[in-house]
Design a protein. Structure first.
Length: 108
């Protein structure tokens, strides 16, 4: 009985790990800061918070989820902008390989 329980537990843990693996793709969203997240995205405010030490984050258009950005330098100059990023997501951490501006700069 104990061995069966351990085998089932190990299978569940291994399956869960498969879902936690990083996912590559592209996403549309906004550059905000960790303090404001999805609540207020304004270029001047984001820049002020960034200068005050708040890290930049990516806010997804799809569901307004907030992702930490592992390589902050790639977002410099895009504070408050509507962008498309390519990269990979691992948990709540986004690693960006490319950034391009989107035409619509009004948050919906």
């Amino acid at each position: 009985m104990k061995r069966t329980f351990l085998a089932i537990t190990a299978a569940v843990v291994m399956t869960s790990g498969a879902f936690a693996a990083s996912m590559k793709g592209s996403w549309n969203g906004w550059v905000s800061d960790a303090k404001c997240g999805a609540s207020k995205i304004d270029a001047a405010c984001v820049k002020t918070c960034e200068d005050g030490g708040s890290p930049l984050v990516f806010v997804s258009d799809k569901d307004k989820s907030v992702l930490q950005v592992s390589n902050q330098d790639v977002l410099k100059g895009h504070e408050g902008h509507h962008i498309k990023v390519k990269g990979s997501v691992d948990g709540d951490k986004l690693t960006i390989t490319s950034v391009s501006m989107l035409k619509d700069q009004t948050m919906k």
